[in-house]
Design a protein around this ligand. Structure first.
Ligand code: AMP
Ligand code: MG
Length: 295
């Protein structure tokens, strides 16, 4: 579907799936409560899980918040467009359903020409979670979106996502920065330092422990059972199906969901994944794998 058609649907209160650099989003007009309600329905997502609002510029972001502290300004200028979501106090024009009743809203400028064109053409901010059913694997291609929703949602096809996992989420409330979800922009990048403990619970609503999961059981281990599939970086092992992943976190993240979608379709009894290194660059990948794993 073209950007013009997609923008018309957004303005008409309907849903459109579109590419961003992180994952494909299931978008609706963020200022239209009824349209946003359709997102929750389509995903089967509980309404206590807030959505990220996508805008095309810092100026547009500022119209949606009651405070724009210097910390937010510095991070936005450095990383937008990019995979960083800032959580700030919201204006009342953003319906409560967007933020799951919270007084704050998560906002970002996606680094994808089609996403930016869609927001500009629609002329409204677009609320969008990942375009998958609740708790499932996030889509990184238009095909993944079609597998989840069939014809129920039109998709703007932008090819495979370049970053491949969801944005880093940072809240800035009362001058205090807090990491709510790790992403490929790391804690060091946002000036928070340190390595978050693997799989630590985040104080963000909607961060269900099991999330981002394939249907197939996923196990973090370098000891694959013979009949399972094995996703490895440095430690080869005998398995009927194995995939050798890149040893750089960025390249690994860009491929991860695609590989899990593929192995899921193939129907193995289990997917074994070699645990990635314990360094800060791998924090987001470790977080997603931990959430996807059954162990
Ligand atoms: P998703 O749309 O599935 O990528 O998830 C969006 C995530 O962003 C949520 O699960 C929260 O972790 C975070 N988020 C969005 N808005 C807020 C908010 N107002 N307060 C805290 N976290 C938020
Ligand atoms: Mg999601």
């Amino acid at each position: 579907m073209t950007i013009q058609e997609a923008a018309e649907r957004i303005r008409a209160g309907e849903l459109v799936a579109f590419p961003t650099e992180t994952v494909y989003g299931l978008g609706a007009n963020a200022l239209d409560a009824k349209a946003v309600a359709r997102i929750y329905e389509m995903k089967g997502r509980p309404e206590e899980s807030p959505l990220i609002v996508h805008v095309a510029s810092i100026d547009m972001a500022q119209t949606l918040v009651t405070e724009w502290p210097s910390e937010a300004d510095a991070l936005a200028r450095r990383y937008w467009p990019g995979p960083l979501t800032l959580v700030l106090p919201k204006v009342s024009a953003i319906p409560n359903i967007v933020t799951a009743g919270l007084p704050t809203v998560g906002i970002r400028v996606p680094n994808h020409p089609l996403a930016l064109a869609l927001i500009r053409e629609a002329g409204v901010p677009i609320a969008a979670p990942s375009a998958n059913r609740f708790m499932g694997l996030s889509p990184t291609t238009a095909e993944h979106v079609r597998e989840a929703f069939g014809d129920a949602v039109p998709v703007v096809d932008g090819g495979p996502c370049q970053v491949g996992i969801e944005s880093t989420v940072v809240s800035i409330i009362g001058g205090e920065l807090k990491l709510l979800r790790p992403g490929m922009i790391s804690l060091n990048d946002v000036g928070l330092g340190g390595v978050p403990p693997a799989g630590a619970g985040h104080p963000a609503p909607g961060m269900h422990l099991r999330h981002y999961s394939p249907r197939t059981p996923l196990v973090l281990s370098t000891q694959p059972e013979p009949l399972g599939a094995y996703v490895w970086i440095n430690s080869p092992a005998k398995a009927v199906r194995s995939i050798h992943m890149p040893d750089g976190a960025d390249a690994y993240a860009a491929r991860l969901y695609s590989v899990l979608h593929e192995l899921d379709r193939e129907g193995w009894p289990a997917i074994y994944v070699e645990p990635p290194p314990e360094t800060v660059e791998w924090a987001a990948v470790r977080d997603r794998l931990q959430r996807a794993s059954t162990t």
